[in-house]
Design a protein around this ligand. Structure first.
Ligand SMILES: Nc1nc2c(c(=O)[nH]1)N[C@H]1C(S)=C(S)[C@@H](COP(=O)(O)OP(=O)(O)OC[C@H]3O[C@@H](n4cnc5c(=O)[nH]c(N)nc54)[C@H](O)[C@@H]3O)O[C@H]1N2
Ligand SMILES: Nc1nc2c(c(=O)[nH]1)N[C@H]1C(S)=C(S)[C@@H](COP(=O)(O)OP(=O)(O)OC[C@H]3O[C@@H](n4cnc5c(=O)[nH]c(N)nc54)[C@H](O)[C@@H]3O)O[C@H]1N2
Ligand code: SF4
Ligand SMILES: [Mo]
Length: 691
């Protein structure tokens, strides 16, 4: 496959890390990466990860040849041998148990074109068992927003959020996790008078900039959000005209709110009732208020209910469908929005049309020129459900650009599950913790080695361009996926694309939001979905006249508190997890960059001074953290930044493997696991080195 773009030297691409979508490129003068003035980082600004993005590309440990397992060891193989092995294993599994005995993990780190081709391959194999790690981050948010508003995406754009008079940030830490959005879009507004309310159990870098910080008890957001709603109702701060015009169910919500005991709810949520009331007034009295939400809200076994409780606040106060007023999930990877848009999901085809929709499947089959084939109509398995089925109903798996051995919850169970497969294929850049369980390993391409598009957090489709070629025998991910498609399915003709742009042209025809977009017109700018050719760059604000459901009204929803899955005994602390600016997810890329490792320092578990003192723990002590699923050894960071009764750890390392501790109870709607609440016991370790 050729790529019309240049293949060496600086060329405008997109940062491979977070969903902000900053423009970066190779910088020959430093042999590193630098920003270019893209549609989001308009002054070419980047965060420390962007600066370090070249480090992983040129890392000497890059996979440069396929590997296959022989007598228990991974050994080098030719592409032909590796692909033959996959073909044999997967064909055997399909012949014995049918296509649903295979599961495919797509990648939010890969392009729209790559994800589109992978879901096409999966559906032509006859299964919907394809998912991506959006499942682990905002699947609950997307589920609630689709249900109530008709679209699971930021309702505002970065161009207009700065017009808000108040920001309500719930369970997100953009100062570390969406740094260019925080510094270039939110902070300037805050310095200009926009009030900032932060709901987070920890004193984060974002909370430091807040006017009101509600340090919620992990897992108790529904209590808190309902108490905010009850205060708004009791103090008659609802937007009557918006409610009359655009909202249904107000009487029921009012009755529900009137029955709530606000001081008791605040106490249960671990926050001061005066601060809570101040937050309610600030949010409701603003002319325009924008919500930002993150993992603190979404990653619970009632994550969908959490987001429903949040949506009520925007609806009763009329903060939706206008510039500066809306609900904005801050998306994870550079293409987590796009991977879902183009159909790398078990229940949705490209364009978010349900797999159960006969007409949508027929249209897709016509576009693929496979009218004789019935595309599968049963929703497939989500990521964690698939992992739970490994070795049982699922016998073979393909993992593109994910590291579930580190990032899925209940890691001991995950390791056993990976080992129980007849055939595990991993396409990655490095020998990761997941690769260690693989039977076949395919060396793929890093960000700087590909062309294609990604869709950022505010729905902008951006172009990546190759700055270099993959090392050794490593191949471009898209090329590998097309070859797998032609080998594994009976439709080799469906995978004969000459370049990424041809895939994009096809996907815009089956993804209505992308209809009319072109590579040429994206250029070094962007096109935003829902795309309208007559609008400058697509629709900036969603739900202006009608909701994306097609209805004029969106419903309020009564949401009751749900208890976290882990019961917390007297001696237990509650572990919640999250991120730091220097590292990215499993750390597979960022742990290789000397400068990031130096900047981040050792990864430590935060514990409050009182809880530390009660356990005889001093700063820097080695401690053991144990849940009912396992134990890890870690270094203590004694700090009041994490409240009493709580501990905090990142999940960016394999040692300690923090997901040994987390549980895999799933949200009933979105199937997202409970990463943000685990009951743990913490003690000082016997093997202390206090020298
Ligand atoms: N530096 C960096 N940036 C990243 C990533 C990264 O790994 N590193 N990953 C990317 C990805 S994939 C994603 S999904 C996004 C995620 O971005 P965020 O949503 O900001 O991610 P987290 O840090 O996991 O969680 C946010 C906050 O939730 C708080 N929290 C924990 N429990 C609760 C709770 O019960 N209630 C509330 N209200 N808050 C709680 C945590 O203390 C944390 O500060 O970041 C993206 N950007
Ligand atoms: N405890 C806890 N656990 C969590 C979370 C949490 O908040 N707390 N957050 C969850 C969330 S939101 C997410 S999104 C997941 C993330 O989970 P993962 O997606 O598993 O994490 P990554 O480290 O991003 O894994 C990406 C893998 O892809 C490889 N890779 C990167 N770029 C490319 C590429 O271009 N091509 C190919 N072929 N491979 C590539 C990397 O080497 C790496 O091995 O973690 C989840 N796990
Ligand atoms: S803010 Fe996100 S997209 Fe921008 S440079 Fe940093 S990690 Fe990359
Ligand atoms: Mo994520």
């Amino acid at each position: 496959m050729s790529d019309s773009d240049r293949t060496s030297g600086a060329a405008e691409s997109i940062c491979p890390f977070c969903g902000v979508g900053c423009g970066i490129e190779y910088d020959p003068s430093t042999d590193g990466a630098r920003g270019w003035a893209g549609p989001v980082n308009t002054r070419a600004e980047v965060c420390p990860k962007g600066v370090a993005a070249w480090d992983a590309v040129e890392d000497p440990d890059r996979l440069t040849t396929p590997l296959v397992r022989e007598d228990g060891e991974l050994v080098e193989a030719t592409w032909a041998d590796a692909l033959d092995r996959i073909e044999r294993c997967f064909a055997g599994i399909v012949a014995a148990d049918g296509p649903d005995a295979l599961a495919f993990f797509a990648s939010s780190n890969c392009t729209n074109e790559e994800n589109y081709v992978l879901q096409k391959l999966v559906r032509l194999l006859g299964t919907n068992n394809v998912d991506n790690c959006a499942r682990l981050c905002h699947s609950s948010t997307v589920a609630a927003m689709r249900d109530r508003l008709g679209a699971g995406a930021m309702t505002n754009s970065l161009d207009d959020v700065g017009e808000a008079d108040a920001f309500l940030v719930v369970g997100a830490n953009p100062a570390e996790n969406h740094p260019v959005i925080f510094r270039s879009y939110l902070l300037p507004a805050i310095r200009n008078g926009t009030a900032l309310i932060v709901v987070d159990p920890r004193e984060t870098a974002t909370a430091e900039a807040a006017d009101v910080h509600l340090a919620v008890r992990p897992g108790y957001d529904i209590r808190l959000l309902n108490a905010l709603g009850a205060t708004i109702v009791a103090e008659d701060r609802i937007d009557r005209s918006f409610c009359a015009d655009r909202v249904s169910g107000l009487d029921e919500y009012r009755t529900f709110a009137a029955g709530l005991d606000v001081p008791a709810a605040a106490a249960d949520a671990g926050v001061d009732v005066g601060s809570l009331r101040e937050a309610a007034r600030t949010y409701a009295n603003a002319d325009s208020a924008a919500i930002f939400s993150g993992m603190g809200l979404s990653q619970h076994h009632y994550g969908t209910a959490n987001v429903h409780a949040l949506l009520n606040l925007a609806l009763v106060t009329g903060n939706l469908g206008r510039r500066g007023a809306g609900v904005n999930p801050l998306r994870g990877q550079n293409n987590v929005q796009g991977a879902g848009d183009v159909g790398a999901l078990p229940d949705l085809l490209p364009g978010a049309r349900p797999v159960t929709d006969d007409a949508a499947r027929a249209e897709l089959a016509a576009e693929w020129d496979v009218e004789g084939i019935d595309l599968p109509a049963e929703p497939g398995l989500t990521e964690v459900e698939a992992t739970h089925a490994f070795g049982e109903t699922v016998r073979g798996a393909f993992v593109l650009g994910e590291n579930p051995a580190v990032t899925e919850p209940n890691a001991t169970r995950v390791a056993d599950a990976l080992d129980s497969l007849d055939c595990l294929v991993v396409q990655d850049l490095f020998v990761t913790e997941t690769v260690e369980h693989a039977d076949v390993v395919l060396p793929g391409s890093a960000w700087a080695e590909r062309g294609g598009t990604v869709t950022n957090t505010d729905r902008q489709v951006l172009r990546m361009r190759p700055n270099t070629v993959p090392p050794g025998d490593a191949r471009r991910d898209l090329e590998v996926l097309c070859e797998l498609g032609s080998r594994l399915t009976n439709e080799p003709g469906a995978f004969t694309y000459d370049r990424p742009e041809s895939v994009f042209e096809e996907l815009t025809r089956v993804t209505p939001q992308y209809s009319g977009m072109t590579y040429d017109e994206i250029g070094t700018d962007s096109q935003r979905w829902p795309f309208q050719e007559d609008a400058e760059a697509g629709t900036t604000v969603l739900h202006e006249e009608t909701f994306a459901t097609g209805a004029r009204h969106a419903p309020l929803r009564i949401v009751e508190h749900v208890e976290p899955a882990d019961a917390v005994d007297d001696d237990d602390l509650v572990l919640t997890t999250g991120r730091v600016i220097e590292h990215f997810n499993s750390g597979a890329l960022t742990r290789r960059s000397d400068r990031l490792v130096r900047m981040a320092g050792p990864q430590r578990v935060q514990i409050h001074p009182d809880d530390a003192a009660n356990r005889g723990i001093a700063d820097d002590d080695r401690i053991t953290v144990e849940s009912e699923r396992g134990a890890v050894s870690a270094i203590a960071e004694v700090t009041p930044a994490v409240g009493r009764g709580r501990v905090f750890a990142t999940f960016h390392t394999a040692d300690p493997l923090v997901n040994t501790l987390t549980g895999d109870a799933l949200d009933p709607v979105a199937k997202i696991p409970e990463y943000k609440h685990s009951a743990v016991r913490v003690r000082v370790s016997g093997d202390q080195d206090r020298s």
